[in-house]
Design a protein around this ligand. Structure first.
Ligand code: PAF
Length: 285
């Protein structure tokens, strides 16, 4: 397993693999890797001959008041995890390697980015689309792996790949949770003990919503209002949004008459956490 920090080195390595007829998977990350990332690396290792993990805290996807400076970083820990899960190369560039002086090209998207996290994080998806496009152009993978925890991001990337005819297969992987249900996230490290306990309201609300869908409830307001009541009962929690949207368009729907995503963002203290479920993943009971 090698760690490189320049675009040239990545290209040289991937060219060598291609010359040997090998397939390449890409796992884009912002580092501080946990079992959620490990599951993406495992999936790529299973599907491809070689796996590249990018480890880059992308400044472009953070708003001016967000946690760019405090976002946790630990390349030594990341390297160990990537190696243990069969990754072959870590791309760990400096921001100046990704965004040279005079950088002025962006990948932007309408509609899908105008709901959910796009409302409270107006520059976020432009930053994600731009950096993911750059990573795709640098690595030129056969397949790329993203977690379903960032469900809107996954939908946005699938849509971008389709709109812009990028010849890459996008694989969405299941949410990985702690034993008590909290979805794994690098941002969980921000939580103190009381907040860590309070954060369980997200996964509890997900479970409640899934149970209601399973029992045949079709009215989105009925489902969402019960989920919101559960979250609002926790004094440390403040809802950013809890919504039901069409899976493909990310637009809100009143009735469960098509595949939907139920997504939420909730502040626990100062930490903004997300969680979700896809109605298609709920087994009818
Ligand atoms: O999901 C993330 O960690 C990031 O948004 C991504 C896809 C690596 C782009 O910076």
């Amino acid at each position: 397993m090698r760690i490189v920090d320049t675009i040239d080195e990545v290209r040289r390595q991937v060219r060598e693999w291609r010359a040997q007829g090998l397939t390449v998977g890409l796992v884009p990350t912002m580092g501080y890797l946990h079992e959620g990332h490990a599951s993406l690396i495992d999936a790529s290792h299973r599907d491809n001959d070689r796996t590249v993990v990018s480890d880059f805290v992308n400044p472009m996807q953070f708003g001016p008041t967000e946690d760019l400076e405090s976002y946790p970083r630990d390349i030594v820990h990341d390297a160990k995890l990537v190696e243990e899960h069969g990754g072959d190369l870590i791309f760990h560039p400096d921001p100046s390697e990704m965004y040279h002086e005079g950088f002025s090209s962006f990948v932007d998207m309408t509609v899908l980015t105008e709901e959910l996290c796009g409302l409270s994080r107006p520059v976020h998806f432009r930053g994600v689309c731009t950096v993911v496009t750059k990573l795709f152009n640098i690595v030129k993978p056969d397949r790329a792996y993203f977690g379903k925890k960032d469900a809107q991001q996954l939908a946005v990337i699938r849509h971008m790949v389709d709109d812009l005819n990028m010849d890459i297969e996008i694989i969405g992987c299941p949410i990985i949770r702690e034993d008590d249900g909290l979805a794994k996230s690098s941002r969980n490290t921000y939580l103190n003990d009381a907040e860590r306990k309070a954060a369980l309201v997200l996964s509890e609300a997900v479970r409640l919503g899934m149970d209601m869908v399973r029992s045949g409830e079709k009215n989105c307001d009925t489902i969402l209002s019960q989920m919101k009541s559960l979250i609002e009962a926790e004094p440390l929690a403040r809802i950013d949004y809890v919504k039901m949207v069409d899976c493909a368009t990310m637009q809100q729907i009143p009735t469960l008459d098509r595949p939907a995503l139920c997504a939420m963002a909730v502040f626990i203290g100062k930490t903004r956490l997300i969680d979700n479920f896809f109605t298609e993943d709920v087994q009818e009971g």
